[in-house]
Write a protein of this length. Structure first.
Length: 408
């Protein structure tokens, strides 16, 4: 693993983005709990993707996809989750007289549509509306960006955060493609943005963007450029391939090494060409994983390509601007007046939060099942690692997990 001083620029952007996201998500969960919605651990990731477009509006699914710069397939999946978690409702266009298949059971006195709680059966012209729970979430999210940035100004110093913001804004203003304010999920990263990478920018933001939006846009621009040269996606290289080597390790250690959830860092089909999986020798159980020869080449290529992209950014945006950005990001991980890094203070969860160890039903559930308990334990363990060692534990690329309300 490379030394801390040689983290790719994409990794620095990712770690700061995850740090801001976690702190904001914790405050959101607290305020939702105080509003009577315990366990509403929905991430700000979905605010950027969809919910911000529902503030005082009832768009169609088609228009929502266009506004969010996302595919309808992705939007329908996310809407299905939000429907299941009671943040939105979906209604057919009154002008559409096509019949809608329904389930035999009811919710709140109404029949459920066939495919309720999933993207299945959602039509492009259906209208999306926030529920009372969704409207309360929108009310809470709206001022939270300024609140968390104010905390960062107080914690790190106004000069440092002002420099970080201006560095991000300088480069974001020069990006030449249309980008969403939030980092998309994996399906969008691997498909949509390969096609979008050549689309000329058509609009510029009229108001200053929140810090996580600026971080997301620069990271996404970096991702697009990386994936023009790499057959292996950046998110896969930066996390699982990065932490593996030619010596086998237990599969169960991968989430701890990457800083990602077990679901997003597991051994899936995309990584199988790059690894060798073996059974652990008795009396041990489980699987051991190491990189194959192809995987070792892919990991080496990751560091080469990220370095090449950063050098091109220096030539395109200006060497001083990129170095100023790098210094602003890495400066958040420098100890100040004590052993604990200041950035770790934002990871300490409120009492009653899921990440503090409080058991609460998963989104859309009324009881705490075995799977939910295990995911809660995973999040508590992840949080402890982030607090203890932010530099080593935070992921080098954010992987949003639907099982965590689309959070990290």
């Amino acid at each position: 693993m490379p030394a801390e001083t040689t983290r790719p620029l994409s990794a620095l952007l990712s770690q700061v983005l995850v740090a801001f996201t976690l702190e904001l998500d914790d405050e959101f969960e607290k305020q939702m709990r105080e509003s009577g919605y315990a366990g509403a651990s929905l991430s700000v990731v979905i605010w950027f993707a969809l919910m911000r477009f529902l503030a005082g509006a009832r768009p169609s699914v088609r228009n929502l996809a266009a506004q969010s710069l996302s595919s309808e397939k992705c939007v329908k999946f996310e809407l299905g989750c939000l429907e299941r978690w009671s943040f939105i409702t979906l209604e057919a266009d009154p002008a559409d007289d096509r019949p809608i298949a329904v389930r035999p059971r009811r919710l709140g006195g109404r029949l459920l549509r066939d495919g309720w709680g999933s993207g299945r059966g959602i039509r492009s012209d259906w209208i999306v509306s926030p529920t009372a729970k969704g409207r309360r979430a929108i009310e809470i999210w709206t001022p939270l960006f300024d609140e968390i940035e104010s905390r960062w100004l107080a914690r790190f110093g106004s000069d440092d955060i002002a420099t970080l913001r201006s560095s991000l804004e300088d480069i974001a203003a020069q990006l030449d493609m249309d980008l969403p304010q939030g980092l998309p999920g994996l399906g969008e990263l691997d498909v949509t943005y390969k096609a979008r990478s050549t689309k000329t920018r058509s609009t510029h933001d009229a108001v200053p963007l929140p810090l996580p939006a600026l971080l997301s846009q620069l990271l996404l621009a970096f991702t697009v450029e990386f994936q023009r040269e790499s057959r292996v996606p950046l998110w896969l290289c930066a996390n699982t391939l990065r932490v593996l080597g030619d010596q086998p390790i237990p599969e169960s250690e991968i989430p701890h090494l990457t800083g990602c959830s077990p679901e997003t860092s597991g051994i899936g089909w995309q990584i199988k060409p790059f690894i060798v999986v073996e059974s652990a020798p008795t009396p041990r159980r489980g699987k051991l994983v190491r990189l194959s020869a192809l995987g070792l080449l892919a990991r080496e290529n990751y560091f080469n390509v990220t370095s090449a992209v950063e050098k091109r950014w220096e030539a395109h945006f200006g060497k001083q601007k990129i170095r100023r950005l790098r210094e602003s990001l890495s400066g958040l991980f420098v100890p100040r007046g004590g052993e604990r890094l200041l950035i770790a203070e934002g990871f300490i969860p409120h009492e009653g939060a899921v990440r503090s160890g409080t058991q609460a039903p998963a989104l859309g559930r009324h009881d705490v099942g075995a799977a939910a308990k295990q995911r809660m334990r995973d999040r508590v363990a992840q949080t402890a690692l982030f607090i203890r060692d932010p530099v080593g534990a935070l992921p080098h690329y954010p992987l949003w997990d639907m099982n965590r309300g689309f959070g990290p």
